[in-house]
Design a protein around this ligand. Structure first.
Ligand code: NAP
Ligand code: MG
Length: 503
């Protein structure tokens, strides 16, 4: 098999796989045959025509997922140990195909290949193995009961842990494969079945993942894959009475739409939404680590990250130095096609999103912020037709400026000086989001005080974005409901059934 072009090292077979959906063990096109185009964000070229699922296709996928839950079927009768082995096999296959999957998500989402090779893929593999280990450890309890009085010992009561049922996973475009696997792994570990809908911009890696689930040996109907527009296919999944749970990562407005749609049959909903994460630097911090950490927090994945450290609060004594060094770092970042050798930051996902990010930079400046570096779409060779934005550092935005409150989801960081711990805590918590936060200090008491007082799902001290398959990840406030990648996540995919036997 050959790559389709030197700049787009995708295999014909990987493009071809994305022209179909996978429902009940069959590769199918959308009913009515409609498709939509997927673009390479580095130059705007169309790379694939992907089925646009209609509500009837969603019905078929949900019916297949439900049929695969039949009590005597191969999935429900499979032992937990065998289920765990299938997940482990899938992890091995993802690991085997690291270069192929890295190229697919790099071309499709724009991010540098090395981010795929050294973060998304190893983390995806680890998440699959972590949940593979859980399959044999999901147990209920036996519970001594005290009622009715005087009948102690005459009842035997216990709980069963059962899969919640059919799960719909609605996935964003920033880390397509990893986000899909964060949902797939606990769903399969608990014995649920699943319908996965990728974002319209980035279906290719999830088509490839679907192929690997077949190779791993999952029974037909357990994993279904539908491509389609959010307002059509995503909305049909969210309101579907045959879906028992939706797990979603994406924007706050779409998360709220999903909650409203889910109300009809009161399906469960987990939401991993956006953020406006504060990155807080005290003047005793190790500034080499701070600059590297703040740059990674702001510019990794082009800033298209729910945990981007987009608000940088720096204590006044070191503010000028941190801003100068961060600005130099930002200006030195090599922008380019994700698959090109040496690229440190790729293009944004779409022309529309690039324009939105550039608009936010303009709004920030109009509202009083000052530009330190970046601020434009680069021009010239290598950037034609692509959706690039320069890594951008702004300073001195007012506390109520829009850029301090709204998720920009691009390579833009706003640095602001502060004097005291109380002051920065109030600034940090002045947000409707609560996803990530970091504190840089050598004072261990202050580090713990801040970690306790910051309103967010995770706090990193002297690091940013440390992630592990065993660490709970999720948000408070409008950043979402529930946690991913941890033991508690299993409960979100399980029902508890209480059984009481009169002896
Ligand atoms: P989005 O609308 O939230 O899209 C995320 C997923 O939801 C996609 O699969 C999307 O499908 C689907 N979707 C859209 N409308 C839906 C609906 N009514 N019901 C069910 N599913 C629906 O995000 P976006 O429009 O691509 O990006 C907008 C902003 O969201 C970004 O600028 C960023 O601020 C935020 N975002 C956050 C994250 C995160 O990790 N927290 C990730 C991505 C984006 P389609 O792709 O077909 O629309
Ligand atoms: Mg959308």
């Amino acid at each position: 098999m050959t790559a389709i072009s030197p700049f787009t090292p995708l295999l014909e077979a990987d493009i071809d796989a994305a022209t179909r959906m996978f429902i009940g063990g069959e590769w199918v096109t959308a009913q009515g045959g409609e498709t939509f185009d997927v673009h390479d964000p580095a130059d705007g070229r169309v790379i694939a025509h992907v089925p646009a699922a209609q509500p009837a296709d969603v019905d078929a996928a949900v019916a297949a997922a439900r049929a695969a839950l039949a009590p005597a079927g191969p999935w429900r009768t499979m032992t937990p140990q065998v289920r765990g082995r299938l997940l482990w096999k899938l992890a091995d296959l993802v690991e085997r195909d690291v270069e192929r999957l890295s190229a697919i998500d790099s071309v499709d989402s724009g991010k540098p290949m090395d981010e795929m090779r050294y973060f998304d893929i190893p983390f995806s593999v680890d998440v699959l193995r972590y949940y593979a280990g859980w399959t044999t450890k999901i147990t209920g309890d036996t519970i001594p009961i005290s009622y009715p009085a005087g009948h102690g010992g005459t009842f035997h009561a216990y709980t069963l842990k059962e899969p919640v049922g059919v799960v719909a996973a609605i996935v964003p475009w920033n880390l397509p494969l990893l986000m899909a696997i964060k949902k797939l792994a606990p769903a399969l570990a608990t014995g649920c079945t699943i319908v996965v809908k990728p974002a319209e911009q980035t279906p290719l890696s999830i088509a490839a993942l679907t192929q690997l689930t077949i190779e791993a040996g999952f029974p037909p109907g357990v994993i279904n894959y539908v491509t389609g527009l959010g307002e059509v296919a995503g909305a049909a999944l969210s309101r579907h009475r045959g879906v028992d749970k939706v797990t979603f990562t994406g924007s706050v407005p779409t998360g709220k739409d999903i909650v409203r749609a889910a109300a009809d049959n009161l399906k469960r909903v987990s939401l991993e939404l956006g953020g406006k994460s504060p990155n807080i630097v005290f003047d005793d911090a190790d500034l080499d680590a701070v600059v590297a950490g703040a740059a990674a927090a702001a510019f990794a994945t082009q800033g298209e990250s729910c945990i981007a450290g987009s608000r940088l609060y720096v204590q006044r004594g070191v503010f000028d130095e941190v801003v100068r060094r961060l600005g130099e770092h930002a200006a030195s970042i090599r922008l380019g096609r994700g698959t090109a050798e040496g690229t440190q930051m790729g293009p944004l996902i779409s022309a529309e999103h690039r324009d939105r990010v550039l608009d936010y930079i303009k709004i920030g400046i109009d509202e009083g912020a000052e530009l330190v570096t970046g601020g434009k779409a680069p021009t010239g060779q290598g950037y034609d037709g692509g959706y690039f934005v320069e890594p951008t550092v702004l300073i001195n935005a007012a506390p109520e400026a829009r850029i301090m409150h709204e998720e920009i989801f691009g390579p833009v960081v706003s640095a602001v000086a502060f004097d005291t711990e109380e002051e920065v805590l109030a600034l940090a918590n002045n947000t409707r989001f609560g996803l990530g936060a970091a504190v840089w200090t050598k004072d261990i008491s202050r580090a713990h005080r801040m970690a306790a007082a910051i309103e967010s799902g995770q706090v990193w001290v002297n690091c940013y974005q440390a992630a592990d398959s065993a660490l709970p990840f999720g948000g408070t406030k409008e950043s979402g409901w529930g946690r991913e990648t941890c033991r508690e996540t299993l409960e979100e995919y399980l029902e508890t059934k209480t059984v009481v036997v009169a002896l």
